[in-house]
Design a binder for this molecule. Structure first.
Ligand code: SF4
Ligand code: FES
Length: 257
């Protein structure tokens, strides 16, 4: 099939950027979306042109590196599908596709479709971990975890940090991502000693990075390729408010939830 692509081209974060039209002939329906771009890039390189920059790593839907807007929808808008797992059989001959990077002040464009998601890394570094003393590994069965709690922890741990939730949110809020990380550790007994400190630190860092508050619109849940639920935002708010009352009475809420 033949596609017409309109791709956002931007040299760096200070460049204004613009849409550029490309013809993509001979697109095979078995290609992934990123493979289709690989082929387009090979033709651009052969012509001496600058290839289109886009992020990727695993191409298996697990690393969270890939992601951009296709016709205004994060990852293309297909249920539980990252753009690396999206195949060309979902499109038809003659389709015209508009590819743009995530749009959020906290995710500056590096080049073309690639954005800097270092803000997510800094939020994780602020508290998204469990501190453990060094020494031999503890027996895996030494701390029992209720099935319901382990299921909830695993569901939240499915977040791959792709940033689609931020890109889809009209507020460019990161509440689904931060809520997932807080919930994932907060459902486990090992996560309890640092639960208050974690919620305070991660929400504060989220604000410092320039993400806006959640207003319960729900676009994040709708586009999340890992099916992270809005409940994680409610849990983030509960943990944050609880920690604020005991540790910082003057604090406000993290956002609606
Ligand atoms: S919550 Fe979903 S959309 Fe947001 S970063 Fe995690 S996996 Fe991506
Ligand atoms: S490249 Fe790893 S999730 Fe898409």
């Amino acid at each position: 099939m033949k596609l017409i692509l309109h791709v956002w081209r931007q040299k760096n974060s200070s460049d204004k950027g613009r849409m550029v039209r490309y013809d993509a002939p001979n697109v095979n329906e078995h290609m992934s979306f990123l493979e289709m771009l690989d082929v387009l890039n090979e033709s651009l390189i052969a012509k001496g042109e600058d290839p289109i920059a886009f992020d990727h790593d695993c191409r298996e839907g697990i690393c969270g590196m890939c992601g951009f807007m296709i016709n205004g929808k994060a990852h293309g808008g297909f249920k539980r599908t990252t753009v690396c797992q999206l195949h060309m059989r979902h499109f038809k001959d003659g389709d015209e596709l508009y590819l743009e990077p995530w749009r959020a002040a906290a995710f500056p464009v590096i080049k073309d479709l690639a954005v800097d998601r270092g803000a997510f890394d800094r939020i994780i570094a602020s508290g998204g971990f469990i501190s453990v003393p060094t020494g031999s590994a503890p027996d895996g069965n030494a701390i029992l975890v209720k099935k319901q709690e382990s299921d909830l922890a695993m569901d939240a741990a499915a977040c791959i940090g792709c940033g689609a939730c931020v890109a889809a949110c009209p507020n460019a809020a990161a509440a689904l991502f931060v809520g997932a990380k807080i919930s994932h550790l907060g459902h486990l007994p090992q996560g309890q000693p640092e639960r208050d400190r974690r919620a305070l630190a991660m929400v504060q860092q989220m604000r410092a990075e320039g993400f806006a508050n959640c207003t319960n619109i729900g676009e994040c849940e709708a586009v999340c390729p890992k099916d992270i639920k809005l409940e994680v935002i409610a849990r983030m708010n509960r943990d944050y408010i609880g920690a604020s009352l005991t540790e910082r009475p003057e604090s406000t809420t993290a956002g609606a939830g």
